[in-house]
Design a protein around this ligand. Structure first.
Ligand SMILES: *[C@@H]1O[C@H](CO)[C@@H](O)[C@H](O)[C@H]1NC(C)=O
Ligand SMILES: *[C@@H]1O[C@H](CO)[C@@H](O)[C@H](O)[C@H]1NC(C)=O
Ligand SMILES: *[C@@H]1O[C@H](CO)[C@@H](O)[C@H](O)[C@H]1NC(C)=O
Ligand SMILES: *[C@@H]1O[C@H](CO)[C@@H](O)[C@H](O)[C@H]1NC(C)=O
Ligand SMILES: *[C@@H]1O[C@H](CO)[C@@H](O)[C@H](O)[C@H]1NC(C)=O
Ligand SMILES: *[C@@H]1O[C@H](CO)[C@@H](O)[C@H](O)[C@H]1NC(C)=O
Ligand SMILES: *[C@@H]1O[C@H](CO)[C@@H](O)[C@H](O)[C@H]1NC(C)=O
Ligand SMILES: *[C@@H]1O[C@H](CO)[C@@H](O)[C@H](O)[C@H]1NC(C)=O
Ligand SMILES: *[C@@H]1O[C@H](CO)[C@@H](O)[C@H](O)[C@H]1NC(C)=O
Ligand SMILES: *[C@@H]1O[C@H](CO)[C@@H](O)[C@H](O)[C@H]1NC(C)=O
Ligand SMILES: *[C@@H]1O[C@H](CO)[C@@H](O)[C@H](O)[C@H]1NC(C)=O
Ligand SMILES: *[C@@H]1O[C@H](CO)[C@@H](O)[C@H](O)[C@H]1NC(C)=O
Length: 704
């Protein structure tokens, strides 16, 4: 990332956050602990802080209380299952701010102003740290009357963190010199298997530091027992109960911590808890008939999870300062593109979601580091190529080297002799019958079919143009941005196969499925454009390797095709792009694939096309409240990702700002409870698909 003096200045300014905290951004859900496909926890009722959910909707027990002069207030979770008189009073949440790494809340608990910082680290330049599946909850407070009060804090998690099924779990509580932590695991873990999108083979952790500060307690007990103990005395007994296993919802066991401050007016330093969900090994990887398992990347540095927990817990101050730096960089990048905070609000969710979809694995026997993406929000596919393409700008911006490790598994799988298709696959593992997981979740799904198992490339001939184009664009974008042509050299023949497929199929794509609607159609202008850009990308790839004949060949095909494309795809008055060749002039499409031309800085299309579509979309925007639909034939289907791709290709900053502003209206509406979905209805901003998926908001420069 680019560090500049201006950014440091900005991070200093950020400390004196506006005194008058008026909340303008109200997303349907705020990220609390979002770091990987299986540590992906959201708050859907920001103003009440009811129980959080796993991204797919299952409730997760995560509770927080503060006891002030003997009265207990609840700042997270709920206690509606408690018998009446002992229920804690819910706090008023007065302010919530979402940044790329943090959700920060102020809550009022009687005379105490409590600040909660949910920090999910994003560590693009330190891959050991990036791979640690933990997130922080830091709590501070100060009295609003300036007086001292007798204060205790409490927090717990339930065993719902290890499964949405009511199975039996086992637990233990362990203490080292520096930390105390609870761990919870299924009695019968199912390797590489999921139920309701949660993994069935991981361990949930809740940890806290045993610093020199206020006295800490811990306990495992039935929720009502822990709550009543805390309400009555403000302390837990720090003894292991004799129970070490039972059903997740049988006398609901909770894994609790307490901290006693005595009489104070404010915290000197935050109380920090660390919550995590770890799986080791994390990916089952099949390549050329050989099945191996891959371990999380942090295993290259730590030999056991206890060391990981100690290191993570003790690193909070540094993690916070790295997070502040990253946040202010993204904020500055957003301000470069669009004034005000709206774009930054959306980038905050999108950056977190793009990183929250990933697992990073340690080098296998061949020494390669690999990133895996789960198609969160849509399916269980592994490294879904169109979602990688959608999130590509985030990774390029944060650390373009990541893209190599994301593309490598796709490339090596398709370079194997067993892959015989002459176009690129759409992923490297999909479940053949997805209903199996969602409709019959109590049955164990077979392993080896989808995330977190990599079974091999899925060829789909009706996505050949789409995915071949995506792969060539991404491989080139990585090489240029990272200054690293190693993938190009290692897979040149494979890339050429895909480029040749595009030479045959891109100008008149036939019977190709739309990634947006699943409709199968021919002659889609937007798809054809992606294919032609893919051919030009191959030319650039060839010239980076000094293969001038190939470079010349692909570039002349691309130029010839783009001439035909313009004649077929543009409306007769050249004002806009039609959805399909031969459509009537009143039809139009959101031609988001044109952004790849901007991203790769190509010179196939002249500037007039970009300025024409900018004016055309500018006029259309006045007909809609929540942004433009993907085309005139699908006049309610909105896509957050493709809207932002389109915005990034526009030539006029105010039109771009207007388009982003429309999208923000959707991002900031809380009439549903779905974490920032990528597909929605532009008519009323309602949810369609793609909850909490890897989004994308381009750090756009446009073609001005
Ligand atoms: C939804 O947003 C409105 C502001 O638009 C806010 O007043 C309300 O408290 C929010 N609801 C929840 C449940 O957060
Ligand atoms: C949860 O995942 C299933 C697929 O397993 C999907 O059908 C369902 O829509 C998801 N629910 C939400 C709220 O995302
Ligand atoms: C929440 O706000 C209401 C209205 O201002 C107030 O009466 C109540 O005491 C507050 N609750 C807490 C827990 O501070
Ligand atoms: C609560 O604390 C936050 C953070 O220090 C501060 O911004 C806010 O103004 C305080 N609110 C009240 C009501 O004192
Ligand atoms: C990107 O990641 C690589 C691999 O961990 C690291 O060597 C490099 O320093 C990182 N680059 C940036 C800009 O953070
Ligand atoms: C944690 O405690 C349990 C039960 O007291 C014990 O069996 C286990 O070995 C401990 N784990 C570690 C890592 O010390
Ligand atoms: C746990 O078991 C021991 C030995 O059987 C017994 O002395 C102790 O009271 C039990 N503790 C609890 C909390 O039940
Ligand atoms: C806190 O202050 C109150 C009143 O001044 C006093 O009664 C109480 O003992 C103090 N508690 C502690 C833990 O010092
Ligand atoms: C903002 O734009 C300026 C000028 O184009 C550029 O130098 C700077 O790097 C950008 N900042 C970020 C964080 O992208
Ligand atoms: C990809 O396959 C080709 C043809 O079989 C082979 O020459 C090349 O070495 C392979 N690349 C890698 C990185 O294995
Ligand atoms: C845009 O292109 C994609 C292929 O990248 C295609 O699936 C989709 O249908 C096109 N959308 C429109 C509105 O033409
Ligand atoms: C695709 O467009 C070409 C040129 O307009 C036309 O000849 C061909 O019939 C079209 N294909 C289909 C399936 O509509």
């Amino acid at each position: 990332m680019i560090f500049s003096a201006a950014l440091y200045l900005l991070s200093l300014l950020a400390v004196t956050r506006s005194q008058m905290q008026i909340q303008t951004f109200w997303p349907a859900a705020a990220p609390l602990a979002v770091h990987s496909p299986y540590l992906n926890v959201w708050q859907t009722a920001i103003s009440t802080n009811d129980y959080p959910i796993f991204w797919n909707g299952s409730v997760l027990g995560w509770v927080g209380f503060i006891r002030v002069d003997g009265s207990t207030y609840r700042w997270l979770g709920n206690n509606y299952d408690m018998s009446g008189s002992v229920g804690a009073v819910g706090c008023n949440v007065t302010f919530t701010e979402v940044t790329p790494t943090r959700t920060i809340q102020n809550v009022q608990a009687g005379p105490m102003n409590v600040t909660l910082t949910f920090l999910s680290p994003i560590e693009p330049s330190d891959w050991v740290k990036q791979s640690i599946p933990f997130s922080y909850l830091a709590v501070e407070f100060a009295s609003t009357d300036g007086k001292e009060h007798d204060v205790q804090l409490y927090s717990d998690i339930s065993a719902e963190w290890v499964s949405a099924n009511k199975e039996t779990v086992e637990w233990s509580s362990n203490q080292t010199d520096t930390v105390v932590y609870h761990s919870i695991v299924l009695e019968q873990p199912q390797p590489f298997t999921e139920a309701y999108q949660q993994a069935s083979d991981g361990t949930a952790y809740y940890a806290m530091s045993l610093g020199s500060g206020p006295s800490a307690g811990w306990q495992t007990c039935q929720n009502t027992v822990c709550y009543e103990t805390f309400y009555a005395s403000g302390a837990l007994n720090s003894k292991n109960s004799n129970d070490t296993y039972r059903g997740i919802t049988t006398d609901l066991p909770v894994f609790a911590f307490s901290v006693d401050f005595g009489n104070v007016s404010a915290t000197q330093s935050p109380v920090v808890w660390a919550v995590g969900y770890a799986r080791d090994p994390s990916i089952e990887y099949s390549l050329e008939e050989e099945v191996t398992t891959l371990r999380p990347y942090y295993s290259t540095q730590y030999s056991n999870i206890e060391d990981v927990i100690e290191a993570f817990v003790s690193d909070y101050d540094n993690a916070l300062s790295r997070a502040e730096t990253l946040d202010s960089q993204v904020q500055q990048a957003a301000a470069n593109v669009s004034s005000g905070s709206e774009y930054y609000n959306m980038l905050s969710l999108a950056t977190r979601q793009a990183f929250g979809a990933l697992d990073l694995t340690a080098p296998g026997s061949d020494g390669s580091i690999r990133f895996f993406m789960k198609d969160i929000g849509f399916s269980n596919r592994v490294n879904p190529v169109e979602s990688l393409y959608a999130a590509l700008p985030v990774y390029l911006y944060c650390n373009s080297s990541m893209v190599k490790s994301l593309l490598l598994p796709l490339l090596e799988q398709q370079n194997a002799s067993s892959y015989t298709s002459n176009y690129a696959a759409k992923d490297i593992g999909e479940i053949s019958n997805p209903q199996f997981v969602c409709v019959r979740p109590l049955l164990t799904a077979p392993s080896g079919t989808s995330y977190p198992s990599v079974s091999g490339p899925t060829a789909a001939s009706n996505e050949g143009v789409e995915q071949s184009g995506n792969m060539l664009i991404m491989v080139l974008a990585h090489a240029v941005n990272a200054g690293d042509s190693s993938l190009l050299g290692s897979y040149y023949a494979l890339l050429k196969t895909w480029a040749d497929y595009l030479v045959t199929n891109a100008l008149h794509p036939s019977n190709q499925a739309s990634v947006d609607t699943r409709d199968v159609a021919s002659n889609s202008t937007n798809l054809s454009l992606k294919g032609i850009i893919g051919i030009q990308a191959m030319s650039n790839i060839s010239s980076m390797l000094g293969k001038d004949d190939d470079a010349q060949h692909y570039s002349s095909v691309a130029s010839q095709y783009i001439g035909s494309w313009k004649a077929l795809a543009m409306s007769s008055d050249s004002s806009h792009i039609l959805p399909t060749y031969g459509d009537s002039s009143s039809d139009w499409s959101l031609s988001y694939n044109i952004y790849a031309h901007t991203l790769l800085d190509l010179h196939l299309l002249d500037d007039t096309i970009f300025s024409s579509i900018t004016s055309y979309y500018q006029e259309l925007l006045s007909n809609y409240a929540y942004g433009l639909p993907i085309d005139s034939d699908h006049d309610t289907l909105g896509s957050a990702v493709w809207t932002s791709f389109t915005a990034a290709a526009l030539t006029d900053a105010s039109t771009r700002q207007q388009m982003l502003s429309h999208l923000w209206k959707f991002a900031s509406s809380n009439t549903t409870t779905y974490p920032f979905p990528s597909r929605y209805a532009v008519s009323n901003g309602s949810y369609l698909h793609g909850t909490s998926g890897p989004g994308c908001f381009v750090c756009a420069v446009g073609t001005e």
